[in-house]
Design a protein around this ligand. Structure first.
Ligand code: TXA
Ligand code: MG
Length: 367
């Protein structure tokens, strides 16, 4: 891949024009959305989409989402839209919902990974919406991270992964939602959630839609229907361990216990190797504000980076901070990240879907 200069430009009308032009000419542009930053390309241009896979190092069987700004655009890319589908879309769009529908011929195979369906989303974020409108084409955009890493929620996080590989990052500030859209398959009679996100099963039910949850994301041993769900994902460089407890005091005790163990482990390794290296272990603690971990409780034989997930009563805040925080710990060279887990209800279900992957399933459940 040819190395190039990557510009980060704060959004304004001139930048919008530049972004739209680059997209139309077959180039990649990173764009803000309300969920996470996306790596955009002309979704009807095979060659342009191919560049996405190269820049992200993404597996070719993992399909892309097409982002649209109008229902006219939707009609160009999907087969007939029935009444039930239209109503659902009008309720949840624009917003953090991707629907899987039967695709039309015009959608290139590379976008859908050879499937006969396509993922489509009409984002609520005004910046990407008006850039799509200006370009006049559906914009294919996966999350703008290197495959395997946590999704980026700021322009700087995109830069860390993609500098030198794309010409432009449009800076629209921090993403509000912080985790990716809910992927809902509406291509069949029974609607199914393929990837949980901001919109939960309860949100659909409140509006009169009965939706199932793909068995593949319920730890059933079945293959997920959404190809992206099966890959290693959202993982920081540092070893990451999550701790779940309904009791904040117990959670704190467990975190302190793990810290003691890790310090001992590190000491044993050092003695074994008779290494002269004196680097002190750096531990990241990502905790709820209610969990009272003050410096005085912490073993002095380690360095600490403490970040807040917000209140346990506002999991939306946890969703918004999760990926950004994990990436920050990496930037600050943490050796280990200890993060508190949440209840798997409402948006907590979606957050835990991500956290299970970030920790590679390393979650300690205590009372
Ligand atoms: O919030 C989001 O959805 C962000 C922003 C940029 O819009 N995008 C995003 O894209 O998360 P990506 O590519 O990282 O994740 C898309 C997911 C993948 O798990 C993919 O496998 C699934 O959607 N997907 C796309 N098309 C599909 C299809 N036709 N059938 C099943 N799953 C599909
Ligand atoms: Mg992704």
């Amino acid at each position: 891949m040819k190395k190039m200069e990557t510009e980060i430009l704060k959004y304004n009308k001139k930048v919008e024009e530049k972004a739209a032009k680059l997209l139309k000419e077959g180039n990649l542009v990173a764009l803000p959305t309300e969920t996470v930053y996306g790596l955009g390309a002309n979704g009807l241009d095979k060659e342009a989409c191919l560049k996405i896979f190269e820049a992200k190092n993404r597996s070719a069987d993992n399909p892309l989402i097409l982002h649209i700004s109008s229902y006219e655009m939707l009609e160009k890319i999907v087969e007939k839209i029935d009444e039930k589908q239209r109503k659902l879309l009008e309720t949840f769009w624009p917003g953090p919902l991707t629907v899987v529908m039967k695709k039309k011929e015009i959608v290139p195979e590379i976008v859908t990974g050879g499937l006969d369906t396509v993922g489509v989303r009409m984002p609520a974020n005004e910046i990407i919406k008006s850039i799509i409108e200006k370009a006049g084409i559906p914009v294919a955009a996966p999350s703008a991270n290197t495959s395997g890493k946590p999704s980026p929620t700021t322009a700087e996080d995109v830069y860390v992964d993609l500098a030198g590989k794309i010409p432009l990052i449009v800076d629209g500030g921090e993403c509000e939602v912080g985790i990716e859209s809910t992927v809902l398959d509406i291509s069949e009679e029974n609607y199914t959630i393929l990837r949980p996100g901001k919109y939960t099963r309860q949100d659909f039910e409140k509006n009169g839609y009965i939706v199932g949850i793909d068995a593949g994301i319920l730890e059933s041993g079945k293959t997920p229907k959404s190809p992206g769900q099966k890959y290693k994902h959202y993982a920081p460089k540092a070893e990451t361990i999550a701790v779940y407890s309904i009791d904040r005091e117990n959670s704190k005790k467990e975190i302190l216990k793990i810290i003691e163990e890790k310090i001992k482990e590190k000491k044993a390794i050092k003695e074994n190797k008779e290494s002269k290296e004196n680097k002190i272990i750096k531990i990241g603690i990502f905790k709820f504000q209610e969990t009272n971990i003050e410096n005085k409780y912490l073993n002095k034989h380690a360095e600490y980076i403490i970040k807040s997930l917000g209140s346990i009563d506002t999991l939306e805040q946890m969703a918004q901070r999760l990926f950004k925080g994990l990436r920050q710990f990496d930037k600050e060279n943490a050796d280990i990240i200890l993060v508190e887990a949440c209840e798997e209800t409402g948006i907590g279900f979606s957050i835990m879907d991500r956290l299970k992957k970030s920790t590679n399933g390393n979650i300690i459940y205590i009372n």
